[in-house]
Design a protein around this ligand. Structure first.
Ligand SMILES: C[S@@+](CC[C@H](N)C(=O)[O-])C[C@H]1O[C@@H](n2cnc3c(N)ncnc32)[C@H](O)[C@@H]1O
Length: 299
């Protein structure tokens, strides 16, 4: 189905007002400290190099412009790619936007694809943790033009670039500028789909925030409707994410992206087994395109 992006971006900061130049440290739960802690955690585990659409190959691109996020040290770059732009954060590919085309990449479409599974009784509500420049949100919008999408992003530099260069304002996303953990603690609404696409670190050490498994997933569970789905973009932490998802009940299926480390892991009470899920994804042109590039497995 063609995309009809709905104009208008609702802006919230720590669930209130967006003011990128004056980001209050309180809304981020001290991100610099968060990063230091997470880095320590990874150093102990010994990070392995990850490849993939969100943790990928370094390429030289024409017209790159870099912005340093104040107080956070994430390096935010925009590069030209065929037909559009890519956003790289600390050297890993976070988002791609090709104006006029919803086609981005397999990982983002796989992350958006569980929106096809929800019941059609009402307008679906989707929470995207780790919004960046909105590739997943754009894919959700293409699949479900009426969806209510709430996007949470920690880094104001990412959002500044996303608004200037990636047309974020026309995606109809309610933006929460702040820490996903803070937001999960505060959020009271229930969601049909939660997309967890949180990453920090460089391509050599890319990883999930430290709090995600112990505190994050139980909070995500509380925000999911009974018949809702959670989907995570996992790299080497898939077994741990699967363990966290077990407590949700229901089936877990991964969409393993060929040639990449990314394994998109979905969980839901009504989630069909891999073969039936493949049929659902094949029923829409946008998601049918990703099928040759993913293997579906029960976990
Ligand atoms: C792989 S990118 C997300 C890509 C995005 N989903 C898309 O479709 O374009 C990961 C994002 O998570 C954000 N992030 C990392 N830790 C966060 C946190 N604690 N709260 C909110 N966002 C966070 C990063 O700043 C980065 O923009």
């Amino acid at each position: 189905m063609p995309t009809a992006p709905r104009p208008g971006l609702t802006l919230r900061q720590g669930a209130e007002v967006y003011a990128p130049e004056r980001l209050a440290p309180s809304v981020t739960s001290n991100p610099a400290r968060l990063l230091r802690l997470a880095r320590k955690g990874l150093a102990r585990r010994g990070g392995r190099r990850a490849a993939g659409e969100h943790a990928g190959v370094h390429r030289r691109g024409a017209g790159a412009g870099a912005v340093r996020a104040p107080g956070r040290q994430q390096k935010v770059e925009v590069r030209r790619v065929r037909g559009g732009l890519e956003l790289r954060i600390d050297g890993t590919q976070a988002s791609v936007h090709r104006p006029g085309r919803s086609l981005t990449g397999v990982v983002w479409w796989a992350l958006a694809s569980p929106i096809l599974l929800g019941p059609r009784r009402r307008r679906p509500r989707v929470l995207v943790l780790g919004l960046a420049a909105g590739s997943v949100a754009r894919a959700v919008r293409a699949l479900e033009p009426e969806a209510e999408i709430v996007g949470v992003e920690l880094d104001p530099a990412v959002i500044r670039v996303a608004r200037r260069r990636f047309d974020l304002d026309h995606l109809g996303v309610e933006l929460v500028l702040g820490d996903a953990l803070d937001h999960l603690r505060r959020e009271r609404r229930l969601f049909d789909l939660v997309v967890e696409d949180l990453f920090i670190g460089t391509s050599r050490s890319v990883r999930k925030p430290e709090w995600l498994l112990d505190e994050g997933y139980p909070l995500i569970r509380r925000r999911l409707r009974r018949e809702g789905y959670v989907v995570s973009n996992t790299i080497h932490e898939m077994p741990a994410i699967v363990r966290a998802m077990r407590s949700f009940g229901g089936r877990i299926v991964s969409l393993d992206v060929r040639g990449h480390w990314n394994r998109i892991t979905v969980c839901g009470r009504d989630l069909p087994p891999p073969r039936a899920l493949r049929r659902v994804l094949g029923s829409r042109a946008e998601t049918a395109r990703i099928l040759p590039r993913v293997s579906l497995r029960s976990r």
